[in-house]
Design a protein around this ligand. Structure first.
Ligand SMILES: Nc1nc2c(ncn2[C@@H]2O[C@H](COP(=O)(O)OP(=O)(O)OP(=O)(O)O)[C@@H](O)[C@H]2O)c(=O)[nH]1
Ligand SMILES: Nc1nc2c(ncn2[C@@H]2O[C@H](COP(=O)(O)OP(=O)(O)OP(=O)(O)O)[C@@H](O)[C@H]2O)c(=O)[nH]1
Ligand SMILES: [Mg+2]
Ligand SMILES: [Mg+2]
Ligand SMILES: [Zn+2]
Ligand SMILES: [Zn+2]
Lengths: 211, 211
């Protein structure tokens, strides 16, 4: 319990910072390779003229994802955990010092690709987005419920692959809403841009400062 | 360090048991939804007349995977971790007591869908198989090296989806062999059975009892 208490303290510091600066902070969680970075590349490409976005990338090793984000023209900080399976709030506190946070509208934290541990660690975020790729199968809400139960948004990604898979999207949406009736669900393809408009609209809608 | 020491003790007990019974024990690791259970369904379907296989399933919640395996006609034990992100060796020791292990040739442990933690915990297995689905992207060996570095076999699965993805299979094989030059790599599709023959042959080849 001692570790979580310390994590809570840093999460509270981060949350206060986001509130003071009126920044929407999103903690993005998924299995490895669900499409988090691709979704961010396409989202930033589409919205960077409208809103100021920065990204904090979390991975075990490499700076590959931060480099992909920087290539879109926005700020990206890479955290390398050297093997740890989730991000902690103190790592976010440190990363925030490395960003120019003036005039930022949104900070996205792309968490470690892991559908288990990251959902147990509060980073001080305003919202949680969980990404599920249709290639992973339609039983994941049942088998890995905690990531879906604790999310605000579910992005069902790679819908362009549906014709080649047995993926029952109705069942997934039903399972997800059973776990979390306030979950907002978008069906998207980061590759073809299908469904992305709704996701873009949600991101840019006027937001009353988070209480 | 204390937890790992205890885990090592159970792993040693398991390993001794497998050696005594001349059972090949495979620890199967991947991201969620890479196709572990599907590969096992097809493998058992093909080989169950030749070799006796049993499966120990590990998941956070549900008995879904063990039910799928039992439907093939072989023994399956389901471990539900209730949230923990990897299997421990003592869970395997307990599961072994629930199996009829006489005349078994192979026991497969399908580990929790997680490309990070499971590779740190020795279960007493003889071999480790890591599964990578082409839908996850071709940077995973670089970003999640420990699972690939500690494996004996890499199954690159869902090759039927290659026409719809940017997945550089040569790069992945090069990255994987850089981490682990003894890694044996099979390119398969559990859906179409492409490449599965080589994997079946490896499983059924005569094996000198493990030293
Ligand atoms: N067909 C298809 N492929 C996609 C889509 N989105 C992403 N991909 C592919 O999926 C693979 C993984 O995408 P990434 O964006 O790197 O996934 P990620 O979630 O950021 O991966 P990690 O950071 O390692 O957890 C890449 O090969 C992408 O090209 C999509 O909508 N459709
Ligand atoms: N196209 C295609 N789909 C596949 C293949 N193998 C598995 N799938 C699909 O991938 C999804 C996940 O397969 P599973 O076998 O349940 O994956 P898993 O690794 O056991 O998943 P967890 O136990 O949750 O980690 C299912 O929808 C399968 O039908 C394949 O070779 N090609
Ligand atoms: Mg990424
Ligand atoms: Mg499975
Ligand atoms: Zn963890
Ligand atoms: Zn773990």
């Amino acid at each position: 319990k001692k570790i979580l208490a310390k994590n809570e303290d840093f999460a509270a510091v981060n949350r206060k910072f986001f509130k003071k600066k009126n920044i929407l902070c999103i903690n993005m969680i998924s299995s490895p390779g669900s499409g988090k970075t691709t979704i961010l590349e396409k989202t930033i490409g589409q919205l960077k003229k409208k809103i100021n976005i920065a990204v904090i990338e979390g991975d075990l090793y490499t700076k590959l994802d931060a480099e992909r984000i920087r290539a879109t023209g926005v700020q990206a900080i890479q955290i390398e955990t050297k093997g740890a399976c989730h991000l902690n709030a103190d790592q976010i506190t440190n990363a925030l010092h490395k960003l120019d946070t003036d005039n930022l509208d949104i900070i996205v934290i792309e968490n470690i690709g892991n559908l288990v541990c990251p959902s147990d660690f509060d980073l001080g975020e305003t919202m949680r987005v969980v990404v599920l790729s249709v290639a992973e199968g339609d039983d994941k809400c049942r088998k890995y419920p905690q990531s879906f139960a604790k999310a605000n948004i579910l992005l069902i990604n790679k819908t362009d692959l549906l014709p080649h898979l047995d993926f029952d999207i109705k069942k997934v949406k039903k399972d997800a809403l059973k776990l979390n009736k306030h979950l907002k669900i978008f069906e998207i393809s980061a590759k073809t841009a299908a469904g992305m408009k709704n996701w873009f609209n949600w991101l840019t809608e006027p937001r009353t400062p988070v209480s």
